[in-house]
Design a protein around this ligand. Structure first.
Ligand code: HEC
Ligand code: HEC
Length: 342
């Protein structure tokens, strides 16, 4: 009994996937969170599928010249973004148009990309694979490369029962892997769960109160996003000329609106915003107080800018750092499988 209990505890502590009888897996839903939005009935999780997705995610074979993998732009140690790069860097050193977003808690996302261009996680990888600035290949060609690679037919068989390598199977395996990127073990989470010894210090506690008053209507707990598209007052970049959500809907009321990003692991994911224009959190807070660009679609909550004193800002940053989840960024299961000894 005691052993059973400690095994169960292990699963909870590590935030790992728990087994159900038939070797299929269920995504663990952190305590107090809503049900995931992803439709698992169309893509049941299994260990073998996640393992296949893990290999695909880290494999540069998915790009035209075999130099760029998904993890070139989405590095596990930085919560699956590319730190220090304002705009993403793809094949032949080509520069993309946007900052690579974190990949966290994707099972709870309704829209993908900064402008919500994609509605289905399973369809999402098609964009980078075929984007000339990212991986610059075609699905047909990538599938052919997988069929010719020595290891893949057996991995597809383990995951799907036969060696048939199809686009749908590849995409579902990538989703299966990405769905396991659950971050819910930061200091903030421990404090909320009232774990023994977990408590905010006075700065963090004041920062949390300010956060709830000034930020949480958009960066809503526990995901730290409300999933909506908002204009948070960034002056348009005349070179990139990115209209955000409007380029998808065509509506002028959506001009300069972007998906509200999560703030989980925000300490690690600089530079910030869809074009990576701010290098640190001090600059982000200066933006919200002093640099709001007024336009017709600006969120009414931000008109005139927020009122934050220097000590409010210091406390807010202390709070934001409690969202760092090192069990997530150090999770071995997210890194490439270590090579097996010959
Ligand atoms: C060259 C860099 C680059 C590569 C390679 C890349 N991505 Fe991305 N990824 C991005 C950027 C930039 C965005 C945001 C694009 C936008 O908003 O228009 C993004 C967005 C995403 C999103 C949406 C996240 C969200 O919350 O909206 C997912 C999921 C994703 N990528 C998965 C992948 C997968 C899987 C691969 C490999 C098949 C991959 N990416 C390869 C740069 C890259
Ligand atoms: C009206 C909604 C709204 C409010 C209120 C708001 N934000 Fe944001 N926030 C956004 C949007 C939208 C973005 C993404 C904008 C973009 O890149 O175009 C964003 C981006 C950010 C980013 C960068 C995230 C990243 O991954 O690049 C940080 C940090 C941030 N906000 C912190 C805060 C803090 C702290 C507050 C309160 C002082 C706050 N926000 C208030 C909507 C809001």
């Amino acid at each position: 009994m005691k052993k059973l209990f400690s095994i169960a505890l292990l699963f909870v502590v590590a935030g790992l996937l728990s087994f159900t009888g038939d070797k299929s897996l269920q995504l663990p839903v952190p305590k107090g969170w809503s049900k995931p939005l992803y439709d698992f009935s169309a893509n049941p999780l299994s260990e073998a599928k996640i393992a296949l997705g893990r290999k695909l995610f880290h494999d540069p074979l998915l790009s035209r010249d075999k130099t760029i993998s998904c993890s070139s732009c989405h590095l596990p140690q930085t919560s699956f973004t590319h730190i220090d790069h304002d705009l993403s860097h793809g094949i032949d050193g080509r520069i993309g148009k946007r900052n690579s977003p974190v990949l966290i808690n994707l099972a709870w996302s309704r829209n993908f990309m900064w402008d919500g261009a994609v509605h289905q996680l399973d369809a999402q990888p098609l964009a980078p694979i075929s984007n000339p600035d990212e991986m610059d290949d075609t699905l047909v060609n990538v599938l052919q490369k997988l069929r010719n690679a020595s290891s893949y037919p057996a991995l597809f068989e383990k995951a799907y029962g036969d060696t048939n390598i199809t686009g749908e199977r590849m995409l579902k395996a990538l989703s299966a892997f990405m769905l396991t990127f659950i971050s819910a073990d930061s200091k903030y989470d421990k404090v909320m769960r009232k774990e023994p010894g977990a408590a905010f210090n006075e700065y963090e506690a004041r920062g949390y109160a300010t956060f709830k008053a000034q930020c949480a209507s958009c960066h809503t707990e526990p995901l730290f996003t409300n999933g909506a598209f908002e204009n948070n007052g960034l002056a348009p970049d005349t070179f990139l000329n990115d209209k955000g959500r409007m380029s998808i809907t065509g509506k002028t009321t959506d001009e300069l609106k972007f998906k509200v990003p999560t703030l989980r692991n925000i300490e690690l994911t600089y530079p910030y915003m869809h074009d990576g224009r701010y290098k640190n959190l001090q600059m982000v807070l200066f933006h919200y107080t002093n640099n709001i660009f007024e336009s017709s679609t600006l969120s009414p909550k931000l008109r005139g800018g927020l009122q934050l004193s220097e000590s409010d800002k210091r406390d807010l940053i202390a709070f934001l750092k409690t969202l760092t989840d090192e069990n997530f960024t150090h999770n071995n299961a997210f890194f490439p499988e270590p090579p097996t000894a010959p």
